[in-house]
Design a protein around this ligand. Structure first.
Ligand code: GTP
Ligand code: MG
Length: 168
């Protein structure tokens, strides 16, 4: 069975794990495995992964979708290269509540991989509109999706978009 690896990357606390938790609920009938190691404050330490088994109708394709997030904290940055190097595609989780420069720094870690990237502007429920527009301008050359992962908004669309790009 074909397996693809989708990596959710972004600054610490951008909402990467929240996306995976939301996907686990939204696709609950397709979950093969969910594993997350975290600190007492729910920060991702080593591994944050969700494995889905999906049937793509019309194409008669059975697909395993392995989803991982990269640990956002700098002290775990050493763990990121393996995950990034093996990705088939990325969701860059943009956090409009922190300075653009931190988001851009994180983005640079995946930009050179030449794999498809979808930019998800998360936390739209608490972000001022101008911060969202600012991000859209900067990442205008990528597909951008607005989301509030905490409320399951834009989460499914994000995964569908990156899968569409990866399977092209
Ligand atoms: N208001 C709001 N809060 C959110 C949203 N998504 C995530 N959060 C909150 O942001 C915090 C961090 O979310 P996580 O999903 O743990 O972030 P992360 O990117 O996995 O963080 P690291 O594992 O440390 O890299 C949590 O308190 C979430 O509830 C959102 O769409 N809106
Ligand atoms: Mg996390």
């Amino acid at each position: 069975m074909k397996e693809v690896l989708i990596v959710y990357h972004g600054v610490g606390m951008a909402g990467k794990t929240t996306n995976l938790d939301s996907l686990k609920n939204l696709f609950q009938n397709y979950v093969i495995d969910r594993f997350h190691t975290q600190t007492l404050e729910n920060r991702t330490v080593f591994l944050d992964t969700l494995l889905l088994g999906i049937n793509i109708k019309n194409l008669d394709i059975k697909l395993k979708v392995r989803i991982m997030s990269t640990p956002g904290q700098e002290r775990f940055a050493i763990l990121r290269p393996w995950i990034i190097n093996n990705a088939d595609g990325f969701v860059f989780v943009y956090d409009p509540t922190v300075n653009i420069k931190y988001n851009v720094e994180a983005f640079k870690e995946i930009y050179e991989s030449k794999k498809p990237i979808i930019v998800q502007i998360n936390k739209i429920d608490i972000s001022p509109r101008e911060k969202i527009e600012e991000a859209k301008k900067i990442f205008g050359k990528f597909p951008v999706i607005e989301a509030a992962a905490k409320n399951d908004i834009g989460v499914k669309e994000t995964l569908q978009s990156i899968l569409r790009e990866v399977l092209k």
